[in-house]
Design a protein around this ligand. Structure first.
Ligand code: AKG
Ligand code: FE2
Length: 187
């Protein structure tokens, strides 16, 4: 009985996560007019069969936070990542330099009942660099433990992600070659 209940909850959580990532991907497709991505069903039809993995992170407090990192600067290999952080800040995203200021780390605010969406490497490739992969890191807190749940959303299993033709432009070469998520992640 107890097991049955847990399984049911697991299925519900998994269904919710997949639906959310399909919704998020739909927003990207619509805003960037990616309708010609064969593996991502055209907008308005069935949603793409995205894959994904969940990672739970726990960051203990650190007496000398200036001397340690929770997670070093990196980008995610996913199409995009949906992130939930507990009641402690720590996620920082690198903001590119602009004419008025140099590149700097910006701390993601804690917004109740909201999720953070980070662009990953595969969406960067798919958009031929129009959407920039988010360089991010995690700093630790002197007193508070922090937890986060990161759902990495990727393309269907064997799909090779490559730049959308219309974003490359006529007569130009794509900036990236096609890769599957598995090949990309294994380097
Ligand atoms: O803990 C966080 O806020 C970010 C975690 C993260 O970047 C990751 O798991 O790849
Ligand atoms: Fe990450």
């Amino acid at each position: 009985m107890a097991d049955g209940g847990r399984n049911k909850a697991g299925i519900t959580v998994d269904y919710g996560r997949r639906r959310r990532s399909e919704d998020v991907f739909g927003v990207f497709l619509t805003r960037l007019e990616f309708e010609d991505v064969a593996w991502a069903a055209p907008v308005g039809n069935l949603p793409p069969d995205l894959t994904g993995t969940l990672r739970l992170n726990s960051y203990p407090p650190c007496p000398e936070p200036d001397k340690a990192m929770g997670m070093v600067a990196h980008t995610d290999s996913s199409l995009f990542t949906i992130l939930h952080q507990s009641s402690t800040t720590g996620l920082q995203v690198l903001r590119d330099e602009d004419p008025s200021s140099p590149a700097r780390w910006v701390t993601a605010p804690l917004l109740p009942e909201s999720l953070i969406v980070l662009v990953g490497d595969l969406l960067h490739i798919l958009s031929n660099g129009q959407l920039k992969t988010a360089v991010h890191r995690v700093v630790v807190d002197r007193i508070q433990r922090r937890a986060s749940a990161a759902y990495f959303s990727g393309p269907p299993g064997n799909v090779k992600v490559l730049p959308v033709e219309q974003l490359v432009g006529p007569g130009r070469a794509p900036a990236y070659r096609g890769v599957t998520w598995a090949d990309y992640s294994s380097g």
